[in-house]
Design a protein around this ligand. Structure first.
Ligand SMILES: [Zn+2]
Ligand SMILES: [Zn+2]
Length: 412
C-alpha cells in the first residue's frame, strides 16, 4: 500500500480516537482485563497491556492509534504479566458469528484473492497454485456485503433464542454487537458462567450448533398410536425437540424437488410432496406431518429431520467460544479492515439493525482514490461501485472501506 494511503487511514483513525474518546467505555472490571493493540506499521500485536481505569486506555488509543483494539474475555489477577503468571479468575462466555462460516451464494461475486508473490488476483476461491506465477500463497479479501451481513444476523437471532430459551440466560446478561466487518458478537456476562473451563464451553458450542444431534433421539420414530406409523416432535416443544420440528417445517416449506431427492426421496414422491406441500404443513396444526404422507418411510423422515437440525444449527466460530483467554474487539473501536466501528446495540433492535448505517464512524469529508477492483457496496444510503481501475471521489467512510481492504489508493 502506498504510504500516502497508509498515512490517510492512520490520520482518520487518529482523528477518531481524539474526537471520540468519550465513546470508549471500560469493560466490566477493566483492571482485571488484558488489552491488545494491533499496530499499523508492523502489523504486530502489542499484548499484555493493563489499565486501572478508562482514562489511561483512552489516552493510549489516541497516542498509539492502533488499527484494531482488543481486550480479554478473561479476568486476571495480573493482566500485564505473561500468560502463565496472569492468574486466571474466570471469563465471559463469548460467541463470534462471522459470514466466513456461513455459506452464502454471493461469496463468489465479491470475495477476492491476491497472489502474494506476483499480485495476480481473481474472484471467489483460489486454486492451489497461482495461475500466473505458480505461487501457493494468497491474501483473501472478503467483503461486508448486505446478503452476508443479513445471513450473519439471522444466525445471531437464532443464537440469542437458544441462549435465552434453552439456557435461561436473561437478556440483561447478554450483549450483542456488530463486529465492524462481517458479523456479530454475543457475550454472556454472569458469575454463573465465569468459572467454566474450555471443555464445558465446547459442550455449549456443540449444543448451540446441534453437533452430534440425531433426530431419532428427539422424538422422530415409530408411533405408539395405532392410527399413525410414525411420530415426531411438536413445533412448540422445548429445546432441541421443538427446534427439530421447526427446522423440519422450514425445510418442507421451501425445499425443491431436487433438495428432497437429495434427502433420499424418490423423484415421484418428492414431486408429490411439493404439490401437496400446503396440506402437509397444514397437518402440523394437528400432530405434525410425521408419518402422515404415503410413501415416506421412517428412514426418510429421519433424514428430513436431519435437514431440519441443519436449519436450526447456529453457525458460530467453533474456536472462539472454548478459548478462555481470547482477545476480543473492544466496542466503539474501529475495525482495521473496514474503518467501521464495532457497535453494541439493544437485543430488541436486532431484527432491524442496519450495520452499514449505524456503524459508520466518519460522516465528513471526501477523498479521491484510484480503485483497482471492488464489488458494489453500500454505506449509509448510498450505493457505490462496482469499480474496476477507476478514479473516483468518495465520502471518507466509503473510501476507507476500499483503502482498508487494500483495493484503492489515495490520489496525490
Ligand atoms: Zn502469482
Ligand atoms: Zn455476500
Amino acid at each position: 500500500m502506498s504510504s500516502l494511503s497508509q498515512r490517510f487511514i492512520q490520520d482518520r483513525f487518529s482523528d477518531y480516537y481524539k474526537q471520540n474518546s468519550a465513546l470508549i467505555l471500560p469493560p466490566t472490571s477493566i483492571e482485571k482485563r488484558e488489552f491488545g493493540f494491533l499496530i499499523f506499521e508492523k502489523r504486530m500485536m502489542l499484548r499484555h497491556r493493563g489499565f486501572r481505569e478508562v482514562d489511561g486506555l483512552r489516552s493510549s488509543l489516541s497516542t498509539i492509534v492502533p488499527s484494531d483494539v482488543y481486550y480479554s474475555s478473561a479476568y486476571y489477577e495480573s493482566p500485564e504479566e505473561e500468560m502463565k503468571a496472569k492468574g486466571w479468575l474466570g471469563a465471559d462466555l463469548i460467541f463470534d458469528i462471522d459470514a466466513d462460516h456461513i455459506s452464502t451464494p454471493c461469496a463468489t461475486l465479491h470475495d477476492l484473492w491476491v497472489c502474494n508473490s506476483c499480485g495476480a488476483s481473481g474472484k471467489g476461491g483460489h486454486s492451489q497454485k497461482c495461475p500466473a506465477c505458480g505461487g501457493g500463497k494468497f491474501k483473501e479479501k472478503t467483503w461486508p456485503c448486505e446478503v452476508c451481513l443479513e445471513a450473519a444476523k439471522a444466525e445471531a437471532i437464532k443464537l440469542i433464542d437458544v441462549l435465552t430459551d434453552d439456557f435461561g440466560f436473561s437478556t440483561e446478561m447478554l450483549t450483542v454487537a456488530f463486529s465492524g466487518h462481517r458479523g456479530y458478537h454475543v457475550h454472556v456476562e454472569s458469575e454463573k458462567i465465569h468459572g467454566l473451563d474450555s471443555i464445558a464451553r465446547k459442550e455449549i458450542v456443540d449444543y448451540v450448533m446441534g453437533i452430534g444431534l440425531e433426530a431419532e433421539f428427539h422424538g422422530v420414530g415409530k408411533s405408539v398410536s395405532p392410527e399413525r406409523m410414525f411420530s415426531g416432535p411438536d413445533l412448540n416443544a422445548r429445546g432441541w425437540r421443538g427446534r427439530v420440528a421447526r427446522g423440519t417445517y422450514d425445510f418442507l416449506l421451501t425445499a425443491s424437488t431436487e433438495e428432497l431427492e437429495k434427502a433420499g426421496l424418490r423423484k415421484g414422491i418428492a414431486k408429490k410432496l411439493v404439490l401437496n406441500r400446503e396440506a402437509l404443513l397444514e397437518s402440523w396444526k394437528e400432530n405434525g406431518p410425521w408419518g402422515g404422507f404415503k410413501g415416506l418411510g421412517l428412514e426418510t423422515w429421519k433424514k428430513i429431520a436431519q435437514y431440519g437440525v441443519e436449519k436450526q444449527s447456529v453457525k458460530i466460530d467453533t474456536v472462539v467460544t472454548p478459548d478462555i483467554n481470547r482477545l476480543i474487539r473492544l466496542s466503539n473501536t474501529l475495525h482495521g479492515k473496514t474503518g467501521l466501528k464495532k457497535l453494541e446495540f439493544s437485543i430488541t433492535d436486532l431484527e432491524d439493525f442496519d450495520p452499514l448505517r449505524s456503524a459508520v464512524a466518519f460522516k465528513e469529508g471526501e477523498v479521491t482514490v484510484n480503485v483497482s477492483e471492488a464489488p458494489q457496496f453500500r454505506v449509509e444510503d448510498r450505493i457505490y461501485g462496482p469499480f474496476e481501475r477507476q478514479r473516483v471521489e468518495l465520502p471518507t467512510a466509503a473510501a476507507l472501506m476500499l483503502l482498508c481492504k487494500g483495493v484503492a489508493k489515495v490520489v496525490q
